[in-house]
Write a new protein. Sequence first.
Lengths: 398, 329, 333
Amino acid sequence: MGEFRMPSLGADMEAGTLIEWLKKPGEAVKRGDIIAVVETQKGAIEIEIFETGVVDRLLVEPGLKVPVGTPLALIRGAGEAPAKAAPPVRPAAVVLPVPAPAPAIKPAIGPIMPPPPAGAARVSPAARKLAAERGVAVAGIKGTGPSGAVISADIERAAGAPAAAPAAPAAAKRTGLDLAEMRRAIAAAMARSKREIPHYYLSHAIDMKATLDWLAATNAERQPPQRLLLAALLLKAVALALEQFPEFNGFYTDGAFRPSEGIHVGTAIAIRGGGLVAPAIRDADEKTLDELMASLRDLVARTRAGRLRSSELFEPTITVSSLGERGVESLYGVIYPPQVAIVGFGTPAPAPRAVDGRVEIRPIMTATLAADHRASDGHRGALFLLEIERVLQQPEAL
Amino acid sequence: MTAATKPHLSRAHLAELLRQMVRIRRFEEKCVELYQSEKIRGFLHVYIGEEAVAVGALQALTPEDAVVATYREHGHALARGLPMTTVMAEMYGKSEGCSRGRGGSMHIFDAATRFYGGNAIVGGGLPLAVGLGLADKMQGRPHVTACFFGEGAVAEGEFHESMNLAALWQLPVLFVCENNLYAMGTALKLSESETDIHLKAQSYRIPSEAVDGMDVVAVEAAARRAVEAIRAGQGPYFLECRTYRFRAHSMFDAELYRDKAEVEEWKKHGPILRFGTWLRETGILHEADVQAIEVEAAAEVDAAVAFAEAGTWEPVEDLTKHVYREAAR
Amino acid sequence: MNDAAAPATIKTTYREAMKAAIRAALRSDPRAFLMGEDVGRYGGCYAVTKGLLAEFGPERIRDTPLSESAFVGAGIGAALGGMRPIVEIMTVNFSLLALDQIVNNAATLLHMSGGQFNVPLVIRMATGAGRQLAAQHSHSLEGWYAHIPGIKVLAPATLEDARGMLATALADPNPVLIFEHVMLYNMEGELAADAGAVDIDKAAIRRPGRDVTLIAYGGTLFKTLAAAEALAKDGIEAEVIDLRSLRPLDSATIVGSVSRTRRAVVVDEGWKTGSLSAEVTAQIMEHAFWSLDAPVARVCSAEVPIPYPRHLEQAALPQPEAIAAAARATLGR
């Protein structure tokens, strides 16, 4: 049984409407006979059959638009039995054939280009711009763009600020502080911290007599502008101690702790009106006390003026929070993610202390450590606090 | 060796004329069928009704002569001697086609038979023919370039420029205008102020004749006269062959521009019908001879289709080949 | 014969160099001939072929009627038939009448015939503005032709290239278009006495530099070199590239230079929109993106049909001042 199908009559013909059958079932047809009339966008065209035989059944009724290739009639050859009875097809909708996808063509090999200049890092213009804004050094950043190019996302990552949780308030814009915004950012960061970081806590009471005596003596020989604050000593002590305990200095990201090569101590600074930021002092272990003081003064001034650089907020590898001279006995901090530790110093206060078998009044300061149990454990935490104590007992070596 | 001036009306020659026309007719009919079943795509312009012009005219050429034709060139290609297999494969777009499948129906080319297309721009082939004639003349070669085009081309500027140049430089070009009265859908009388086309040639001082394009013997005789004159150094020659196409301009044409009655009238004077009838009536050929021609043609067409069906697609990796030719080192 | 007293260089013009090239071609290859409007008796619209009719005769220096389509098509046909024609179209402005033959025949015959029929044809045309010839006689359409696969497009800007490109083009089995800027014909200079064929697929660094790459071709090369001189006085060392071949473009030289200098200015006498300078810029972006320190700049003709009065025509065309300013801008100065 042969099928007579809707013919393609032109390059841009996709379907045709059957207007009229010119042959009936039972009529003989021969090759070249006109069998029907089809309406196309160009007008009515008579269509011919290329088979010889008898029309067995008409499959499509006049008035229907069908795609090219649709069977329109069955043609019986000589000696064939009629086809089984079945109602003519009335296609409900014109389903136009989906063009076959073009075969994939490999991109032509273009002219052979000279290799890029040796040692040239590929950094996209957008990445360069972002790096300048964030104060991120481009060199050494691993690129994830085409051919290993450094792209914007790489700068974002290097700046250590996942978009989901601002670890520090983003409100430290040059144009001024938005305290409400800062509060929201702190809320988000602290909530995340408590949600995700398994904190453990240690505390240690440190005899500060040696430290405070040295501080007083040193400051007595200095003009007020050059005088040192206890805060600087504490920062330096933490920084030096971290040299022995790297598991408290770094970031916990993507399921692993990544220690930081540099020791950048974040120092919590309160803002009038109720804000709090903890910008970094870079390479605190390498700075002298005078340099630390200078950094502190600068940070405090710029913090209060709202002129911190965002890189300063994203850089701390550990945070130190100190209650200063007007606080309470101890302070347990909440870790700023993705850091893994926060050291708290309470206000030094006179308290009884056993010294050489006798009770004496000594200035006692409680140092606390809140640490990420994924990155460290209490044994090491204790040793870390003890090292801070040890370093503080030799203030002249700070 | 130049061809004889008059057609040699031997039985063998006449049978050959019929055979060539039938071959072309059956090939074109099969192409119509294949196009409707989407084996051949793009545009298809068939030569049905006009076979006498290509068959008659090409009898006057030698293998060293050149042929330039249009997009309605399948008959010319077959009459010129291109194998039906490679022409059909070209229609399919297969790499075994004469143009490697790259051209399709409108771009049949063959270096072996000096068949320079297969051109799809109306009038675009005439300057090429002028140049081929120029090359022959400058190199002192006795060849002729036959340039086939429809009457629609005489409206294009390139027709006039080419006629003028060929006449000015006395180039060995045979211009064969196949006047089938319709340029796509535009009737000749609606597009030309002077519809007697061979008179246009006279305005360029090119000798010209109007020929009954439905009479293969008349076409051959005129072509032999023309080619003899050209080879004698008398410059270009112009033949207007009056013919008619029985089918639409191309496949997708509702023929709104002409009457069915006109078509039927012309079919009664079709080249194969007239010639075949005459051959039978004069006893030159018997029915059996004609049947044998038909059977042979049918078999040749079937074999060509089988060849094309079995053909291969050029690999996509070769897409950008054949854009430039490498310089010989 | 070696003559120790013969000069190593001769003083000549671009026009004379092109004529010498045509003469050498016709002398060395009997298949070569030149045809076009007024090339014979008139001596050539730009006097390039003056005197050649007397030397080679009317068959080989062949005057044609005003039939661009026919004589360009005849050039294609003659090339198909075994000749080596040089077709001279008086100017690119008139080539539009022959676009069908160039784009639909010359560029496509090899491909449409599946590799059977190549077209070893050379077409020469004058191009460009600067002589107050107004809108219909001042086009720079090299970029249009450089768009078409199947042809090659050259822009000789120096005496060496005027002398040497024709021979290589004639030896090429593909159709080659040679564009001669009208303002170059009178250009004088020294040319090696034995100057001969040159390559037709490489750009040339006409002036090395390290701070910015200036890319030009044809008539704007010398304006670009003048701009480079001005920049040097400000301590900016510009590298000047002469494209020489517009299709194919020598992308390797362009990209290599910009990768070193990190900045580029493309100079093109075509109108800026959709011009060849856009193609060069795209290629620099595609292949030298990571090396750029500034966006690529373009200095092109203003978006206006070329006007007749001198001051307006000069304002419409690329000038050294604009080229230098664009270069400075890429350096942020």
